[in-house]
Design a protein around this ligand. Structure first.
Ligand code: 4NP
Length: 162
């Protein structure tokens, strides 16, 4: 059980390095779960990147293709994390240790620091996973594994937001 500093968090920001693979995928997985569980309109979901290199771009074509095979359509445009995000969102969810370090460094104060969590902490099936690995330089299996992990983690996350 992850301890949240805010009861019934409803505004969730997913963060990865480039905001073109993992975090837009997490946003889409969570959006579907929210809809399927009757919470549509209650949650504010978004994603952002530690780096701004891909600003304005759609998710990576490989990520979109793998997502499409499971019925997810990724339309997010990459954007970097802003300081303002730490105030606007209830939870800031990173994908790996590098994301977590970068987010902790940027948190403007202790209250915002406490909003930062690693997505694999919500897994209930992949309990040995301690990160969602960057699929960018890998092959097809890496992208499938990202979606497998995120479907598990986001189900656990929604369960802890009820
Ligand atoms: P993401 O994957 O963090 O899951 O969006 C990456 C995308 C791009 C880069 C690194 C990771 N990049 O270095 O450009």
């Amino acid at each position: 059980m992850v301890q949240h500093s805010i009861t019934k968090p409803r505004k969730i920001l997913f963060v990865c390095l480039g905001n073109i693979c993992r975090s837009p995928m997490a946003e889409a997985v969570m959006a579907r779960l929210v809809q399927e569980n009757g919470y549509e309109g209650e949650f504010t979901l978004d994603s952002a990147g530690i780096i701004s290199y891909h600003r304005g771009e759609l998710p990576d074509s490989r990520m979109r293709s793998h997502a499409g095979r499971r019925g997810y359509r990724l339309t997010h445009r990459s954007r970097p994390v802003h300081t303002d995000d730490f105030y606007r969102f209830d939870l800031i969810i990173g994908m790996d240790a590098g994301n977590m370090d970068a987010l902790h460094e940027r948190a403007p104060s202790t209250d915002e620091w406490e909003k930062i969590h690693c997505i694999t902490d919500y897994c209930t099936r992949f309990t040995d996973a301690d990160q969602v690995p960057d699929p960018y330089y890998g092959g097809d299996a890496g992208f499938e594994y990202v979606i497998d992990l995120l479907e598990d983690a986001c189900a656990g996350l929604l369960a802890q937001c009820r």
